[in-house]
Design a protein around this ligand. Sequence first.
Ligand code: GTP
Length: 503
Amino acid sequence: MGSGASKFDAAESADPPSYRESVRDSSGRSISPEHSISGRFTVPNPSLTSTSLHEASRRFPAITVTSAEGKITITHKPLPTFKPGYGSKPPAFQSASNRAKTIMGEKALGLSASLLNRDKGFLAQQREGGGERISPDGSREYGSDGDSNRSGGSERAESPSAQKDGFNAEVTEVKGKFLFVGLSNAGKTTLIELMSTSRKFQVHETPSKGIERNIDFMLPGERDKVHDPISVMMSTEMKKSPSRKFVSPEKSLKKKLFEETQEQDKDKDGDGEEKKEEPQAQAQIPDNTNQDTATTKNQDKALEETLSQQSNTTTHPDINLLSTPPPLSRTLERQTAVVLPLPPPSTHTTTHQCIIRGHAFTAMDTPGRPAFRHTWYENLNAVCCIIMVVDCSDWSSLVLAAEQIRRLSGKEGGFKVDKDKQNAIDRLPVLVLGNKRDLAMKTEGGIYDERKLAEVLQMEKWLRNEHGRMWTVRVVCAMDMEGVADSLLWGIEERWKVSKGAS
Ligand SMILES: Nc1nc2c(ncn2[C@@H]2O[C@H](COP(=O)(O)OP(=O)(O)OP(=O)(O)O)[C@@H](O)[C@H]2O)c(=O)[nH]1
């Protein structure tokens, strides 16, 4: 799996890239040059391909991927119209089963990851060749290092290397960086990792080497303690899904344990003395679920006790649940599961190239721990939009986040710089992302109403200023990227307005 799943075969490239008309809004402005990318791919596992493509389309809102007889076409979807300003309707929440499918589909995304990396590669090629930068309105505002005679939108020329391999991707590059700030554990890194084109899709096929989540080795009851919706969702949704043959980890553990117990019993049958010493709990371990509930509960309890004695589970400080395989694991058939990287707390600022709905932008991920928060302010001069991520499932962290918004605003003892720089900073659009909507909906004190969140964070008070700074608040879920793309498009739009106003 992974990027090796598909191999781009330049020699077989048959169809030239085709372009469609740019999409224009009501004022005639081009908002998203739509295009398609054609090329021939050699896909070693054809049965995987349709799933891969389906899931690629689903997972990356920017693209639609279709295939016909080995030919893969990627089409960038047009931008939806969106209204700046806060208080807009929260994005519709995907159904749990769709989310689960999305996550399971990530297994198939090695293909789309490699395709998107080609997007990235193409951008790099454009830059190297002094490529153009096309703004949403089709102008070449940032084309100083490119060929100024080129035109924007659908008339743009291909880069030589893109022609060579028959692959052409048109992505609007947003100049300027998006600064992600927020308290530790708000989910900045998670968000950026999921948007980043360099993200690695790890598939849990080989034994664990680093930090991994492993749903196989959760003991009965342990799953409820997991502060990790993906594992919970995957395990429950997989059980529900009729199309997927799922053997629950508990059942397979029970079965194995019961088989082992029976084998031990057989051994001990031949040895009369040992048979008497056999503890009763193990002899009663169930292997079917048809018994009445009370008996099953007792048996589960006995099983849990037995397992907890036998297993050797440890918890990693950076992960909510990390179980090392219990001794029985070697005999268990392991469920292949998608593993998302779980980032450790950041200690320094990192930059990532991200793509959202055909817009490539650079995200700066800053650390949220108090000792490193000075990096937020150090980078303020170099960015075009501030994205503050808050954990809306945690009331206490929201109070602290409001304080940080005050500091960022520069008002009443907030962060101040030279007057000319301050003016620029005061104009920076601020997008507040209330992350972890999934948890907020389940947690007491969690806030998933955007107006309420704005009130708690006192955004009106701190962010409204005489420079007409734009700001908004959106509730999102980084885990399934629900609402993220729409929110960032707001930031991208505002960033253009600011740059236009300044010029
Ligand atoms: N339930 C849920 N958990 C999330 C979501 N987004 C992030 N998390 C979890 O929140 C934890 C912290 O996420 P990070 O991305 O490391 O947080 P951060 O803001 O980068 O933290 P620092 O690096 O310390 O600044 C991780 O365990 C994530 O899995 C979400 O939308 N829902």
